[in-house]
Design a protein around this ligand. Sequence first.
Ligand code: ADP
Length: 289
Amino acid sequence: MADRYDVCVIGSANLDLVATTSHLPQPGETVLGRGYAEHPGGKGLNQAVSASRSGARTAFVGALGSDPAGARLRAVLTNEMIDATAVTLVEAPTGRALIIVDDAGENSIVVIPGANATVSTVVELPSASVVLAQLEIPIDAVVAALTNARSVGSTVILNPAPAAPLPPELLAVCDVLVPNQHELVQLGGVRSMLEAGCGAVVATLGSAGADVHTAAGTTRVAAFDVDVVDTTGAGDAFCGALAARLAANDDLLEAVRWATAAGALATTVRGAVPAQPTANAIKALLRRA
Ligand code: ADP
């Protein structure tokens, strides 16, 4: 393990099992599927891949089952040059999402947290300039990890997804909170997040880009114009890329511009992990704009 990482991501890792059918089965109905694919996923893993591809030396903290899915996800971490020393192997099955998509693009999803539900703070976090978490692991683990990260001087980023009530002690240690528009509404809006102690709220706005809110005011960072194929993973690309650039000492607006380019590029490729853009692709888009 390196002495100090640029970015440490603590969060979920899933294997997504995706079946395509003409229509979603009704209760008790069996339908024949047309296709099937398996993809690595989970917000934590997606964001770690994004940070690494943006050029950050990245460590991941999470939990995998001792099963073939766990081995596959560990191989993804290795291939993406992400340190997995603090990934625990547990009895529970590796997290999975069972996804059915019909011809109209409607879906029906069952998420089995499995190993992700066992992530706790017994593991010591790898030391990193920036620590990034989401809410697909137990919130107690997130609170403990981010409180600890803040106390040792790391920059703390929280992507509050999926939306859940945030305890005041968690908001108080967030340097940057990155909700999407829906999560921001569920959390009660920008002002209350800033008053609770968040240094900045970066609200992602899909095709409208992102708003950077601080005590000094709000700045809109415009989206990049791209050919959108699938928006899955755009928010994760944004968060990982933002963490990487803050670790590289960009100021917040520069880092958000980089992250906005990363989010845009992620919409041009299907899937979540495969869609995470490289630093070179992001630089090319920034030059083009
Ligand atoms: P989430 O995926 O969490 O719902 P958003 O949809 O807000 O998050 O997307 C995250 C970021 O990805 C946006 O802030 C934006 O920079 C980029 N992005 C998303 N959708 C588009 C799009 N259609 N065109 C260009 N950029 C996009």
